[in-house]
Write a protein that binds this ligand. Structure first.
Ligand SMILES: NC(=O)C1=CN([C@@H]2O[C@H](COP(=O)(O)OP(=O)(O)OC[C@H]3O[C@@H](n4cnc5c(N)ncnc54)[C@H](OP(=O)(O)O)[C@@H]3O)[C@@H](O)[C@H]2O)C=CC1
Ligand SMILES: O=C1O[C@H](COP(=O)(O)O)[C@@H](O)[C@H](O)[C@H]1O
Length: 482
């Protein structure tokens, strides 16, 4: 990650430092920023948790993709501080004041269950630790529906202004997700063909190989709709569908994403069976290894109706996307980790190759968000040869990021997001009105499912989801990209 200048000093106070997210993602990301020389010499990282624990070496050993560099590790460890605190004890936050530098702006990172955000804000406020240049990073999902998200946001808003609040959606920190802006708005070839006149439909797939990774108590209350669709998939959809923002400023981009979220056609009891499918995995095989079903996962309760798979046809009721469905699907325990967007272009109005029995396959733009990051454009070419009938073949212009940008390291999303928050740039963070518009749309689906009394459809771990998800797209005369 190249930067013209290092950022100024900034203290990061990490609530929930012993939790899964902090250990798996945040501490390794902060180490990488330090290694890249992007943390100011005076910046400190203060972990806050119920119990003291010196876990940094073990954490980095487990979660860094390479062995830690001893010199960087020593510098990194010297920045670390610890405060022992029960977050609910809102009178005890003075200890944090003693750990941070009063002359330095601080970023508070809430890597805790959202039910604690209100207490943490109150504790910080009571201790006089919220200043004009303080910022707060909040993890997703914020709440479990619109009403509960409003309660949490209100509690935070009572202490921080919107310009100080950084709502994380880590997909926005992924290089390839940021590249959607470059692809769309820096290339005339796409910018001028990006609407109902040229595009037939769009598919967004976020398939995960992992199951719920020991997070039953969280996941069973959330399900794939709240865990993935409400945030990551709708954010990616918004970037694909939004109008050109007037600039790259945070609010210019967020205003345009919001318009898309507000234009999503509601899914209600009257149309849910035609446009949405939910599933739950049963035992199966992944890469030749037997894996348990959702109901047999560690800590599982029997009879859970929580969905681990969602497929949905989304219609955007605006001028640009009239008649262009967006098919979204995401699930746990699918055959491979694949996150991609496929833009399927329309068939041409007339086929001059029809005499030679050639069907013209429509162009496709495949944007591989992860893994094997890259962009693929499928185009028809003439097969070389002297035959009188021209033979056509679909060929691929394939750009792999690893080949094209060999010398660049692809930073983890959390590195980018931590850095942006420390620099005070909100462009890659979600504004409150976006969160609420997304909840409003998702709530209607969840309520309709609840009212229907239907259970999620089963799919075997290691498959592409319930058969009904295939029917969802084939009834429109289309098929999922495999
Ligand atoms: N893990 C992930 O991959 C992702 C997580 N998130 C979000 O990040 C947040 C954190 O998730 P995750 O790390 O998985 O959760 P964990 O449960 O692993 O971590 C939460 C931490 O908060 C601490 N904590 C809870 N209550 C208190 C309290 N009253 N006082 C002090 N400490 C407390 C826990 O401490 P103790 O260990 O002592 O109980 C624990 O270490 C959640 O909002 C989640 O939705 C978002 C995306 C991905
Ligand atoms: O936010 C979450 O994201 C992960 C998937 O993230 P990715 O970067 O690996 O694609 C998901 O597994 C988890 O359940 C969810 O909370």
């Amino acid at each position: 990650m190249k930067r013209d200048h290092a950022i100024g000093p900034c203290d990061l106070v990490l609530f929930g430092v012993k939790g899964d997210l902090a250990r798996r993602k945040l501490l390794p990301a902060l180490y990488q920023l330090d290694k890249a020389g992007l943390l100011h010499a005076d910046s400190r990282i203060i972990g806050v948790a119920r119990h003291e624990a010196d876990l940094i070496e073990k954490t980095l050993d487990t979660f860094l993709k390479e062995p830690a560099d001893p010199a960087v590790l020593a510098r990194f460890k010297a920045r670390l501080g610890h405060v022992t605190l029960d977050f609910a004890d809102t009178d005890a936050y003075q200890a944090i004041g003693e750990a941070v530098n009063p002359d330095t702006p601080e970023v508070y990172y809430f890597a805790t269950p959202p039910s604690l955000y209100g207490d943490i804000c109150q504790g910080l406020s009571a201790a006089g630790l919220i200043r004009d240049n303080s910022r707060v990073i909040m993890e997703k999902p914020i709440g479990h529906d619109l009403a509960s998200s409003q309660v949490i946001n209100d509690k935070v808003d009572a202490h921080f202004a919107e310009r100080q609040i950084y709502r994380i959606d880590h997909y926005l920190g992924k290089e390839t997700v940021q590249n959607l802006l470059a692809l769309r708005f820096a290339n005339a070839i796409f910018a001028n063909n990006w609407d109902y006149t040229c595009i037939d439909h769009v598919q967004i797939t976020v398939a995960e190989e992992v199951g719920i990774e020991g997070r039953w108590s969280y996941f069973d209350k959330a399900g794939q709709m709240r865990d993935m669709v409400q945030n990551h998939l709708l954010q990616v959809l918004s970037l694909i569908a939004m109008e050109p923002p007037v600039s790259l400023d945070a609010d210019a981009i967020r205003d345009e994403k919001l318009k898309v979220l507000k234009a999503l056609r509601p899914i209600t009891s009257s149309n849910i069976n035609d446009v949405a499918v939910r599933g739950q995995y049963t035992a199966g095989f992944l890469r030749g290894k037997a894996v348990p079903g959702y109901a047999e996962e560690e800590d599982a309760n029997t009879g859970s109706n929580t969905e681990t798979f969602v497929a949905v046809r989304v219609d955007i009721d605006n001028w640009r996307w009239a008649g262009v469905p967006f098919y979204l699907r995401t699930g746990k325990r699918m055959p491979s980790k694949t996150t991609e967007v496929v833009i399927n272009f329309k068939a041409l109005p007339h086929n001059i190759f029809a005499k030679s029995q050639q069907q013209l396959q429509s162009n496709k733009l495949i944007i591989r968000l992860q893994p094997h990051e890259g962009v693929e454009l499928q185009v028809l070419n003439k097969v070389p040869g002297l035959e009188s009938n021209m033979r056509l073949q679909s060929t691929t212009l394939d750009l792999s990021f690893f080949d094209a940008f060999k010398d660049e390291r692809i930073a983890d999303a959390y590195e980018r997001l931590l850095l942006e928050a420390m620099m005070g740039n909100q462009a890659l963070f979600v504004r409150r009105d976006e969160v609420e518009a997304a909840w409003k749309w998702v709530d209607s689906i969840l309520t309709s499912w609840e009212q229907s009394g239907d259970k999620p459809k089963s799919y075997q771990a290691g498959s592409w989801g319930p058969v009904a998800s295939i029917a969802l797209i084939t009834r429109d005369g289309r098929s999922w990209e495999e």
